[in-house]
Design a protein around this ligand. Sequence first.
Ligand code: ATP
Ligand code: MG
Length: 266
Amino acid sequence: MNDTANPTRTDPILRLTGICKQFGAVTALDDISMDIHEGEVVALVGDNGAGKSTLIKTLSGVHQPTSGRIEFCGRSVQLQNPSDAITLGIATVYQDLSLCENLDVVANLFLGQELSPWSLDETQMEVRAWNLLKELAARIPSVREPIASLSGGQRQTVAIARSLLTDPKVIMLDEPTAALGVAQTAEVLNLIERVRDRGHGVILISHNMDDVRAVADRIVVLRLGKNNGEFDSNATHQDLVSAITGAEDNSVTRRHARQHSTEAGE
Ligand SMILES: Nc1ncnc2c1ncn2[C@@H]1O[C@H](COP(=O)(O)OP(=O)(O)OP(=O)(O)O)[C@@H](O)[C@H]1O
Ligand SMILES: [Mg+2]
């Protein structure tokens, strides 16, 4: 955490330049560059093994890049461990959510960050939990419900709300809708929009192109550890599949083209 600059409002909160990550002989990330601004959702897409999780882990302090530069609010930073990232204002919601099934919503929200660790201020934590969930328009029946009795979408909501307690500038979500049905997916996508509206920068990893196009302001494609295109939300399904697979012509794009010509009555 060094190098000071004077960021202006239009500067990105987070800027990655030339990030490389080697695991022995394996090059997981090769010269990745990417910007995240406040109040925007950037989707990170790519096939299995493209490097998405490695990139997220590099930004959350789990892995250190082999080379390259991470700038946060105009300053070059080194994230030696996950607490460096959290202290700086980069929060991560991993796919497993890391919630305690037997504890209620309040306890899960404040786990490890109890307001007054020596004498837990239950009332204050409950009020703060309600306020946060209300602000996010979250549909949680009671903050005293154990996590075990909540749906997948509600659990995802609790995990996202928990990551917001430290008021991060950037929040990274790894496949938040992967295990969810249609209604719950819509609920989580709405939640992501509300998180963006609060001014946070959001990095969303997803394999679901409909979700990505519904909520992302920009879509960054990784392929074999490299940048392979950047799109806005007007990108077609075919554009994205081509960039992800590296081929203009494949079974998914052909099926998509067939559907389109049928819809057009050709
Ligand atoms: N700890 C590690 N040690 C060695 N190789 C690794 C390690 N972590 C990731 N890799 C390799 O780095 C590459 C990128 O993996 P990564 O998990 O980042 O992909 P991904 O885009 O998240 O894929 P998925 O969609 O399957 O989650 C893969 O070739 C993977 O085998
Ligand atoms: Mg992954």
